[in-house]
Design a protein around this ligand. Structure first.
Ligand code: SAM
Length: 224
């Protein structure tokens, strides 16, 4: 059993991760078809391919996010990029367990602009029994994240890279002091993340890249 200690959620996550792993193989085939003599995929082909795929956060990163939310008693979490809700399940399980441990309430604000993915995510949340802890906002995050009520404890950025900085710009004014921002694959796509990391470095975060697969950016919002 993982850190979640919830068999229902873990069974669902196992099935979703397995599906995401299978799709990652298909993605490798598409992206590397050039090496087999075919044309590289066009941006439109990549967009079409990704439109119904899970592209889920890796298991160990999801568990790490669970642990971080438990460590700082997170009550308001923002997830930038929800897809079918894999990472949302880790985050919402942590918020639920924080509420169970010391009362009060909490929420994970998720974001997804593909309607079919959002519908699938909502079904997954229901199956996991975690719907009461999730506010999934369907639509473009540049609109859906304009309204955030109250201080944010943790942000997970797991989105197409061009959207990482615009999302963080919207959420940063709501971060409490000591809030954590996690961002996936910052080592693997260092140059693509230059804009995002420039924002991090110019806006009072202390940051380091953790040695998870592809690199996981761990930034803490500090006043000084
Ligand atoms: C890497 S996936 C997220 C995976 C998810 N965190 C998980 O673990 O299952 C990124 C998701 O962000 C969505 N997305 C991309 N651009 C978006 C935007 N501007 N607004 C909202 N969602 C967006 C994509 O449709 C995709 O499902």
């Amino acid at each position: 059993m993982s850190v979640l200690r919830d068999q229902t959620v873990e069974d669902l996550l196992a099935a979703l991760h397995a599906r995401s792993d299978e799709q990652a193989e298909l993605k490798r085939d598409l992206y590397y078809q050039r090496t087999r003599g075919a044309q590289a995929p066009t941006p439109d082909e990549i967009k079409a391919f990704r439109s119904d795929k899970l592209v889920a956060l890796d298991r160990d990163k999801g568990e790490f996010c669970y642990q971080l939310c438990r460590a700082n008693d997170a009550r308001r979490v923002v997830e930038v990029g929800s897809s079918y809700g894999v990472s949302t399940l880790y985050l919402a399980a942590a918020v639920r367990d924080n509420v169970r441990a010391s009362g009060g309430n909490g929420v994970v604000i998720g974001t997804e602009y593909e309607p079919a993915k959002a519908r699938a995510a909502v079904a997954n949340f229901k199956q996991a029994g975690l719907s009461p802890f999730i506010d999934l906002r369907e639509g473009d995050l540049r609109e859906t994240l304009k309204r955030i009520d109250g201080p944010v404890d943790l942000v997970l950025v797991d989105i197409w890279i061009a959207m990482a900085r615009p999302a963080l710009e919207l959420v940063t004014p709501h971060l409490k002091s000591g809030a954590i921002v996690i961002c996936d694959n910052t080592e693997q796509y260092r140059s693509e993340y230059a804009d995002y990391l420039a924002f991090i470095n110019a806006n009072g975060f202390r940051t380091m890249t953790l040695p998870f697969k592809g690199g996981l950016e761990f930034s803490v919002r500090c006043q000084r």
